[in-house]
Design a protein around this ligand. Structure first.
Ligand SMILES: [Zn+2]
Length: 126
């Protein structure tokens, strides 16, 4: 089911590059804390940010909201690498700072603010 959805998504991206974001997920309103990597589900819930760390969170993991089915891992603790900050509002909706800018085969650039995804237009596309 998930694989079929991913293929459909890629086809939609090819056909409608300009409206790519209309097919992507726009909300990620929950945070789940786990102590160890082994406690993470095999498939991360698409609307959850997972915080990984026994005492303080060391990593934030999320299913990228682009819908292509890849996982984003953000360093929260190691000062030798780019670090992200996670905050939650009074209803538990997460924000991440700075923006997430994944650059692999494709680019996924967005902010997560109060549980909502704000896509950054990709000026280098095309
Ligand atoms: Zn992505």
């Amino acid at each position: 089911m998930k694989r079929l959805f991913a293929r459909t998504q890629i086809g939609a991206v090819r056909a409608y590059r300009r409206t790519r974001n209309a097919h992507a997920k726009s909300r990620m309103p929950r945070v789940i804390a786990v102590a160890r990597r082994a406690e993470l589900p095999e498939d991360l819930h698409p609307r959850c940010v997972y915080l990984l760390g026994a005492t303080t969170p060391k990593w934030a993991l999320l299913d990228c909201p682009c819908g292509r089915g890849h996982t984003i891992e953000l360093n929260l603790a190691n000062p030798a690498r780019t670090r992200w900050t996670v905050t939650t509002d009074e209803t538990g909706r997460p924000s991440l700072h700075p923006s997430i800018d994944y650059q692999g085969q494709h680019r996924c650039h967005y902010w997560l603010k109060d549980g909502r995804i704000h896509w950054v237009p990709n000026r280098t596309r095309g």
